[in-house]
Design a binder for this molecule. Structure first.
Ligand SMILES: Nc1ncnc2c1ncn2[C@@H]1O[C@H](COP(=O)(O)OP(=O)(O)O)[C@@H](O)[C@H]1O
Ligand SMILES: N[C@@H](CC(=O)OP(=O)(O)O)C(=O)O
Length: 442
């Protein structure tokens, strides 16, 4: 059997619902469907999830949230009426409206998936199974054993189900929201629980492109890639698949197919444990994110000074800042974090490091982008990394740092924010032009 997850863009309006029905109806193996909340469409510039977040913000500021709520309600009633469904969605909307004043963040923001799944279940003629009946989290970890037991008690032989993505329930019976993009995780967990043969992830692009299609027009599609490569690309910013959604299917070696709801006839991307020789490229994908800050700590023979390292870490711990990378050398190490995670604490962190730690110097670099080149080949053939560095060396882009972990499949460059798009473009064009030459040279 297959688990099919449809993203926000695939369920944004009645026309998209019809496409989903055609896809699901085309293969009887599609027995479990997971949906996100209605997303952006030509006439709807804001995802329902973001509208729900707006409601929460307005509520917390004591402002009127009803116009935003009414807009959401009209969207769902509009889809219901356009599809001629019998679901009494007004009852659900009335209940949600009455709960807004006291609702938790997780409960309120999860309602988009709940309402979308209710409509989709009716439209497909499938059983609606609420995620709070079996997506059980215990102390922030997913409880596979309990979840499977609950799910099996709900399913009847031959049942076909629709499940809302993005949330589950915690050990206290409260709604547990996953990170943004979390319906991908729900689908992956469901595929694991049901031992699916395939996890289909339906979105608005025909597979994963080698580089962000918003930067590289007509970017080449990745036909096959490994779970590990996908995880690295997702971590580094491709929004098409949530990073934490890889592990549940990887564990059971369930392949993932990334497919296009608007063009179901097109081949997508297949994610597997091992890529066929004929499908492998020297560089699988390029991804990145803007707006990092880098704090570099310098101290003579730092690698031998555990006392100093512990002073530094106690400062970092006090500010409770998540970091993405921690490259180190003999006399220095850098602490690389997203600007959003550091917020406005950078000045205070720098002061604390200078005042409380016995360092030679502390440096700060802001407005840095990280660009990652991901490929299984990097681990196998280190010369590929050298060739890519050569290419950038000739391109007038100032590389501020390079990170390659030993057995890694990823090479990360730090560049100024203003060089972000140019760096991706340079690597993309050069890799494509020289792929054949590189193959011969190595
Ligand atoms: N390398 C890439 N390949 C394909 N899509 C990408 C890539 N990087 C970023 N994207 C973006 O990811 C989007 C799909 O993800 P998302 O918006 O989460 O879809 P959905 O609404 O289906 O969940 C695409 O529209 C595309 O703009
Ligand atoms: N609706 C949630 C969860 C999700 O997975 O959405 P999407 O499939 O549209 O990325 C979000 O916007 O984060």
């Amino acid at each position: 059997m297959k688990v099919a997850k449809f993203g926000g863009s695939s369920v944004a309006d009645a026309d998209q619902f019809r496409k989903v029905k055609a896809i699901v109806g085309a293969n009887a193996d599609r027995k479990a469907v997971v949906v996100s909340a209605a997303g952006k469409s030509a006439s709807e510039p804001i995802k329902v999830t973001d509208l729900l977040i707006q409601i929460e913000q307005l509520r917390d500021r004591g402002q009127d949230f009803l116009p935003v709520f009414n807009h959401i309600a009209d969207r769902f009633i509009g889809i219901r009426d356009a599809l001629d469904l019998n679901v009494a969605i007004e009852d659900d909307l009335r209940l949600i409206k009455s709960q807004i004043v006291d609702a938790s963040h997780d409960y309120l923001v999860s309602r988009g998936e709940f309402l979308t799944a209710k409509l989709m279940a009716d439209f497909l003629g499938f059983q609606f199974v609420d995620a709070n009946q079996f997506m059980i989290f215990s102390h922030h970890h997913f409880d596979y054993a309990a979840a499977k037991q609950h799910l099996l008690s709900i399913l009847t032989p031959g049942s076909r189900i629709v499940v809302p993505g993005f949330y589950g329930v915690d050990e206290h019976g409260k709604t547990h929201l996953m990170p943004r993009g979390g319906s991908d995780i729900s689908g992956s967990i469901l595929a694991n629980l049901l031992d699916a043969d395939l996890y289909e992830n339906w979105t608005d692009v025909s597979g994963i492109k080698m580089a962000d299609p918003r930067i590289i027009d007509q970017s080449r599609k990745i036909n096959e890639l490994t779970y590990e490569e996908l995880q690295e690309l997702s971590y580094m910013g491709i929004s098409v698949f949530q990073e934490e959604a890889v592990q549940p299917v990887r564990e059971k070696r369930i392949p993932i197919a990334i497919l296009n709801t608007n063009h179901p006839e097109e081949d997508g991307t297949l994610v597997v444990s091992h890529v066929r020789e004929s499908a492998a490229n020297l560089v699988t994908g390029i991804a990145g994110k803007k707006d990092y800050v880098i704090i570099t700590i310098n101290k003579y023979q730092l690698s031998k000074r555990l006392d100093i390292l512990s002073q530094v870490f106690s400062v970092i711990q006090r500010f409770d800042v998540a970091f993405d990378y921690l490259p180190s050398g003999t006399d220095a190490f850098s602490f690389i974090a997203r600007r959003g995670d550091v917020k406005d604490q950078v000045g205070a962190i720098m002061d604390a490091l200078r005042n409380e730690c016995d360092l030679d110097s502390v440096e700060l670099a802001k407005d840095i982008s990280l660009v990652a080149v991901v490929s299984d080949e990097l681990g196998k053939r280190p010369a590929v990394a050298g060739k890519i560095l050569d290419m950038l060396d000739n391109s007038q882009i100032k590389i501020q740092l390079v990170i390659q972990q030993s057995s890694d499949i990823k090479l990360v460059f730090g560049v100024a924010n203003q060089d972000y798009e140019k760096t991706i473009e340079k690597i993309y064009r050069n890799v494509n032009v020289t792929e054949k030459k590189l193959r011969m040279a190595i």
